[in-house]
Design a binder for this molecule. Sequence first.
Ligand code: ADP
Ligand code: ADP
Length: 230
Amino acid sequence: MLRLTGITVRYGDTLAAHDVTLEVPGEAHVLALLGPSGSGKTTVLRAVAGLEPIASGSITLGGEDLSAVPVHKRRIGLVFQDGQLFPHKSVAGNIAYGLGLARDEAGRRMPRAAQHDRGAELLEMVGMGGFGDRGVAGLSGGEAQRVALARALAPRPRLLLLDEPLSALDRGLRDRLATDVRDIVTTHQTPAIVVTHDHDEAAFLADRIAVLIDGHIHQIAAPRDLWRRP
Ligand code: ADP
Ligand code: ADP
């Protein structure tokens, strides 16, 4: 389980996240961070990933205080809006990068043959089987996001962070990929935080929605309870 307790993030004089407290219980739980542009969603995600220092508060994952854990040892998978795949690598090469980061309990790398099998399995899982040899440059937006998701899942992360993973896609593709993201998270039993400014997307993807306004959590509720009047 991930727990943020009263975290604050500043950029100079800007208080980008203020006293943010939230939990993502384990397994396949998905929490959406919903809010308008500039409300601090990406800031909270970056703080969890270790890409932004927190001015106060604490972040724990599985009971471990993350403040002392460097970014590459947090075992957190990241997917951004535009995928950010390595443009000169093949699809399989991008997945191989993720697999190269994988370590077992004893800190050993995954053997080559196992990497190969797992790479193929991941591509099947995101509906991209047979795309291994393709260049990344020729992929559609939806395909690129699927590969980014497979790459993020490759090292078997403890937590998946998705920053507007669907917003660069057109409507039809978005609905289809949203369903797949849900399925993949469930299959993989990986808890996730999804940042979005889209109410429908949050309601569809998430078990709970945290509404951020001006860097502060306004409300956290299950989608069906969020807009219900008291
Ligand atoms: P959101 O993801 O909800 O759009 P952000 O977390 O990106 O919001 O931004 C929250 C606030 O922090 C905004 O006021 C934004 O302008 C500011 N901000 C974000 N990144 C930086 C930065 N690198 N330097 C200074 N201010 C920043
Ligand atoms: P590079 O990263 O050297 O430019 P690639 O991106 O094509 O080249 O491949 C990087 C790594 O990805 C290779 O060393 C190999 O381990 C793995 N790889 C590439 N293509 C495949 C494939 N079709 N199936 C399995 N693994 C592959």
